[in-house]
Design a protein around this ligand. Sequence first.
Ligand code: SF4
Length: 340
Amino acid sequence: MSQGQTSSSPCLGDALGRSIHYLRLSVTDRCNLRCTYCQSNAVHEFIPHEHILHYEEILRFVNIVHRLGIEKVRLTGGEPFVRKGCADFLFRLRQQFPSLDIRITSNGTLLEEHAALLKRIRVGAVNLSLDSFDAATFASITGRNFLPQVLNALEKLLAEGVSVKINAVALRGITEREIDNFLAFANTYGVDIRFIEFMPMGSSTLWNKQLFCPVSELLTLIGQRVELRPSPSDERFGGPARMFSMTGKKGRIGVISPLSNHFCHTCNRLRLTSEGAIRLCLFDDQEYALRPMLRDPAVEDAEIAAYLRRLCQTKPLGYDRLRAKKETAVAHSVMSGIGG
Ligand code: SF4
């Protein structure tokens, strides 16, 4: 595709030539955990219920963007299963879009009872946020003693044959201590473990250089224990993770490095927040309200599609925002409000 996706192209794209095929869809800003790297301990004002998109409005939006080339949709939150009716919504999403690659990011605390449904709707994979296998460390990071619920959900998902990937935020002084637990878990269950760099999101973020652990250091640490070999992504619209297989072991290790080795040039994603705003980039607080259009029966789908095309043309290179930032936070929005 030549430089800059033109508005005649069937798919969404931007002026930098990036095609957009992946939607991160936040269905709620609420969560039953209080992870230090997400919500910090700041007083968090939840979005008023009446501003949260109705499931019908989300389905309308997915229908519009699916016809614009969005083929992968990830449900996020907050914690998606905190929202009432999330399981039914997933069922309807699959019914309406049989070929859609549906993914979920969840903290796993409410997931066990939904494992069979996720298998039935052919979820592509569940990304489970799990930063520690130690109950005390888990509680100190998340603010809750819910490690058993997460591990039970993990077992149930794997027993149902649902593909699971573990997302662990790399936290200095914590993740290094847990490396052997993560490697043992990957080998025992044959799952992907991905370490994600802590991002300075949210005006009261606890991010600081002392807590920040570049994933390259974790790769070195792991490389001292096992032989790592690059492993190509198995996804059509792969994510930003660099994957490695481990010689003689099951499972894989992945790293996601938005700060130390960014991937913005290949970014293929768009975000819809739970209050119906389009966010073109994680590191850019500029959001575009879509809820009024989605709620207005007089507004045609074609009008919304045209608006989205114009918006996507302006999608920034997030890393430029990061480099230009004058304060700790690269963006004021907290992760739970925009779906990470
Ligand atoms: S920071 Fe922005 S441009 Fe970069 S990968 Fe994330 S969403 Fe894409």
